[in-house]
Design a protein around this ligand. Sequence first.
Ligand code: GLC
Length: 751
Amino acid sequence: MKLKPTLLTAAIALLINNGGAMAQSAKKQPDNVDVKVKTLLAKMTLEEKIGQLNQYTGDNDATGPVSKNNNKLEQIKQGKVGSMLNVRGAKDTRQIQEAAMQSRLKIPLLFGQDVIHGYRVTFPVPLAEAASWDLGAIELSARIAAKEAAASGLHWTFAPMVDIARDPRWGRVMEGAGEDPYLGSLIAKARVHGFQGKSLGDLDAIMACAKHFAAYGAAIAGRDYNSVDMSDRLLWEVYLPPFKAAVDAGAATFMNSFNDLNGIPATGNSYLQRDILKGKWGFTGFVVSDWGSIGEMIAHGYVKDSYDAANAAITAGSDMDMESRAYIGNLQQLVKDGKVSVKLIDDAVSRILRKKFELGLFDDPYRFSNEEREKSVLNSAENKQAAKEVAEKSIVLLKNDKQLLPLSKNVKSIAVIGPLAKSKKDMKGFWSIDWAGADENDLVSLYDGIQHKLGNNTKLLYARGCAIQDSSRAGFDEAVKAAKDADVVIMAIGEAGDMSGEAKSRSNIHIPGVQEELVKAIQATGKPVVVLVMGGRPLIFNSTADNVPAILYTWWLGSEAGNAIADVLFGDYNPAGKLPISFPRSEGQIPVFYAQKSTGRPSVNDKDIIYKSAYLDLPNSPRFAFGYGLSYTTFKYSDLKLSKTKLKNTETLTATFTLTNTGKYAGEEVAQLYLHDVVASAVRPVKELKDFKKVMLKPGESVTISFVIGKDKLSFYNSKMVWTTEPGKFELMIGSASDDVRLKSDFELVD
Ligand code: GLC
């Protein structure tokens, strides 16, 4: 395995050498911006102020239920619109901005878009990128997306989605960073820095938008838009930390969520938006509602009509109204009726205007809409190379019995089989941008990737075998024949690219159709079989997992999917991905996640089930655990030492250990640190991820790794919900996965 300095490594170094992004929130707004905002605000009529709070969608890529509204351009000219979403491209944004420049005060529009995992070049879906545990790679992915989007007239992305998700029935699990607040918080920070770059106002920086505030990923039964009911403890311990990390990273905007939280819809929730976000956390950006969520408070049964909805939302701190038209239709009357003070509106407007000034839009409203720059930045070879490298880092090796992988490049013939083997569009996954008809040229399927890698040296056979979702087995014979004619079989199965994502909840997350039967039929030929599972969420595939010798989870890897997978299949890249979310054995297990509490009757193993907290018909453990992922090489963990075994909460202790590459390939390992606060005034999970290090080691090479443990890693919300530490024993675990602890020790916090 050769170690090549990759573009990605170089780019990450550049990113870091430039000091990465500076935390924006800590930076006081330059005074002149506040003066400019106040001066402009003083000139605005109430109607013009309300116009700034109003956001409409463009007519092309509507991302929600569209309602008739055909005089948008007129309204823009009248200063009744503050932002547009789903309008993109230097030409189109310039055209619409020209309409805004005809308004009395010429206040420029903000253009926003869901640039979730790439703009022109598609990167892996966010959950896949989270599997890389490579914060530099994740930041770079967002950086490149921002450069392309900013060159295409966009000022703002509705990303990162930072919702913790522990229920893979919920289709939007693909958009986030998985189940863990520690990993999720670091990834939120990386993505905000990636999108916002060194400073808002730079021509390659776009506003980030931390969403969906809050706890949207805990929708009951994994059903999208469903209610969320949780204790304050769970909210603060698990669901809020990534949002706080986004604020600390300087996120310019937030988006609230569709769900009610304990009965109060997020968009009308003062506790979330005013007490926590703008109050305790001091957030100075603005909050945009999710699509129509203000008006949806009527359906929630929280308000009786649009008038009350507008009142509830503006009062609760929703600054901008995406597509519900409640604000433009009611705020003027609410002020007249004395229900809403102009002060509230002024605060919301000021927050929005401040961002427009920061982006330099008052100096030049068209500065992001430059067709020349757009042509030179979008879809560059460097961007594609980076997408390939991020994709490689996202692949998780789940099984590799008898070291079947990597395959030799001299193999004579390969049968590439399965409904996703030649698919291109599916590789983009949900929340990718549609470039009419460009997919054929832009996207690399698995089959293409293998062909690029092996050229004509190897005979490639192909059979689809079956569809993704239907029950026809008519293609099995052709597939079996192809397998019999080949030396090795590579199969691509999974879900379609639009089966995970918004409004894509599924009660059954087994691999759909008859694909696993196809795997069995191919296995029966006795040929060596490698299976690639593709999807945006954890899928269930127990039969394949039990019987196939080599399995790679390749998610939706974006534009360069096939090239990245081929690099892994043939050993030009040694996979190092680790699952950011637990994979259940059955839907009946959900929610299954590693940071479980002990309970009073813990089941210590899968057999210990009588009068224990366990299922009678299924092990408690997931099929694949959080933090799990193999490599073509092996790693040994040894020589754990603690700098002390007793510490005060004002001190730190350092745990050091040796990691050795004991195999024959160079490879990366993500060594993970878990802690367990054994006794506490509120019971703690049996383990919580508190740190990790990703290191590259050559065969035989060893490195000493240190984890520094201090108050921040030992604190929790006590029985009174006070963030504190409590004296007592802590168990320390270091390992290769949450269920693969290699080194253990313990220490005592003495005060
Ligand atoms: C959608 C999504 C949100 C997205 C917005 C704009 O309904 O919930 O994540 O940013 O609308 O497309």
